[in-house]
Design a protein around this ligand. Structure first.
Ligand code: BES
Ligand code: ZN
Ligand code: ZN
Length: 471
């Protein structure tokens, strides 16, 4: 079990000088030349938000964001922050003071998101690695500075978990890290071990785990503040496949090599609990994380096997690579006991979702009320963790009919993201939203304010969503 120490930024608030400027120090002549180039390049591209250099002993970088609605301004501020991160990293500047008027929060956010590096496994190269250590955010209230600090730490925790290879992050390691984070941020974590999972007859999770030498875990995270606005909890369910080889339906190696990311849904749930508890939001939230690796070893389930989910549904497994829905089925059934207000699951569930829209958005579907969808879409715009709602018509259920069992675990050649969602809906009896994050969860090349690797998608979205339902 590795020691986890996440990269941490301190966002310290200080009084506003009344200028809409970002003050960056220390400075060097090379830095100001870079800055000038950046400003020119941005102007040529007609970028709406821009940076501007003001001569002086210190370098004043002025950040103006585009006119537009609040969500567009926020996005543009984050992009400016990400460009600033590029400059800081190039010039190895680790501490800075930033003031950008109304945009300060989002410029600092973009800066932190873009400054993230997964450095834990750098050996000899660790010494050369640049880190952003502290950002003084001028003119931001102490409360907002704290809110930003907790949010960025939560996203970082999620990204670190995703980027950690399975050698260092088995299902038990994932559960242990959730426990540690619960201690730090203030939420309760209960980990059900293999024996307990067996006694609960979680045949989906146990079935997927059969080809593994490591035990499965089922973690229950709970944040229940005294003054919660909701009497029925919000339940978040995260797919925790710590590595997906495909099982006996083995993936070709070029599809397998990034599959340490198959617990990104779990990471998003853990990160959201960190943010919500760390910010002390008055909302009762539960996180459920079924976790295992999916391997073809020893007694692995075979295509053609029939397994029984904890609710009694039998499932004909025709492709062992469609494993996420099997472990989520047990978790969604487990969620019923909370009589939840709403259940949202996050999962790197299908290649079909990633193929449909790429890394630009999450594929969303479900049967929750229009009011819930509107709030989710508002949060998606606020955070730029965009959602595209797919249809959820019952006709898609026809594709999941099995000759010998209640369901089969794959649909046809078409609508793969939706048939996966309909499979999951079978195990629900509450308002439900399914978020397939296979596209944006893990990047093969930089995108927006993110470098390669895990993005922590879902943490900012759901924290924003829960902030709104809590107010
Ligand atoms: N973990 C994968 C989905 C995935 C693909 C996530 C690409 C991230 C990037 C999932 O378990 C899977 O393999 N799904 C299969 C389902 C199919 C067999 C019905 C897929 O999408 O090919
Ligand atoms: Zn799979
Ligand atoms: Zn998977």
């Amino acid at each position: 079990m590795p020691t986890f120490v996440a990269m941490k930024w301190t966002f310290a608030s200080s009084a506003s000088t009344g200028h809409v400027t970002a003050v960056v120090k220390p400075t060097s002549s090379e830095f100001s030349a870079d800055l000038a180039t950046l400003i020119e390049a941005r102007a040529e591209r007609g970028v709406k938000g821009w940076l501007h250099q003001v001569a002086g002993a210190e370098q004043f970088v002025r950040v103006l964001t585009s006119k537009g609605d609040a969500a567009e301004m926020a996005h543009s501020g984050r992009k400016a922050g990400a460009e600033l991160a590029g400059l800081l990293s190039k010039n190895k500047i680790s501490n800075l003071s930033l003031e950008a008027g109304d945009a300060t929060f989002h410029v600092a956010e973009g800066l932190a998101l873009a400054a993230y590096r997964y450095t834990r496994l750098l050996g000899k190269k660790a010494k050369e690695a640049w880190t952003l250590d502290s950002v003084e955010v001028v003119g931001l209230s102490a409360r907002d500075a704290k809110r930003l600090e907790v949010l960025m730490a939560a996203v970082t925790e999620a990204r670190d978990l995703i980027n950690t290879p399975v050698l260092d992050l088995t299902a038990e390691d994932l559960a242990a890290r959730a426990e540690e984070l619960g201690q730090i941020y203030g939420f309760k974590v209960t980990v059900l071990n293999q024996a307990k999972i067996e006694s609960l007859k979680m045949g989906g999770l146990l079935g997927v785990n059969k080809g593994s030498v490591d035990p499965a875990t089922f973690s229950i995270l709970e944040y229940k503040p005294e003054k919660a606005v909701n009497s029925a909890p919000y339940v978040l369910v995260g797919k925790g496949v710590v590595y997906d080889t495909g099982g006996l339906s083995l993936k070709p190696s070029n599809f397998m090599d990034t599959m340490k990311c198959d617990m990104s849904g779990a990471a998003a749930v853990i990160g959201t609990l960190c943010a919500v508890a760390g910010q002390g939001l008055p909302v009762h939230v539960i996180g459920l994380i079924p976790a295992t690796d999916n391997r073809p070893g020893g007694n692995a389930i075979t295509p053609g096997d029939v397994i029984t989910i904890s609710d009694g549904t039998t499932v004909e497994v025709l492709n062992t690579d469609a494993e996420g829905r099997l472990i989520l089925a047990d978790a969604l059934h487990y969620a019923k006991k909370y009589k939840p207000q709403l259940v949202i699951d996050l999962a790197t569930l299908t290649g079909a979702a990633a193929r449909a829209i790429g890394p630009n958005a999450t594929v969303a579907m479900g049967n929750a009320s229009r009011e819930v969808w509107e709030q989710l879409q508002t949060s998606a715009a606020n955070t730029h963790e965009r959602l595209v709602e797919f249809p959820f018509w019952d006709e898609y259920n026809d594709l999941l009919k099995s000759e010998i069992a209640d369901l089969k675990n794959i649909g046809g050649a078409e609508a793969g993201a939706i048939t996966a969602g309909k499979f999951l809906e079978h195990f629900t009896d509450y308002p439900y939203v399914h978020l397939d994050i296979a596209g944006p969860a893990f990047l093969d090349s930089p995108w927006g304010y993110y470098g390669k690797g895990g993005t922590g998608v879902g943490v900012r979205l759901l924290t924003d969503f829960l902030t709104h339902v809590a107010s």
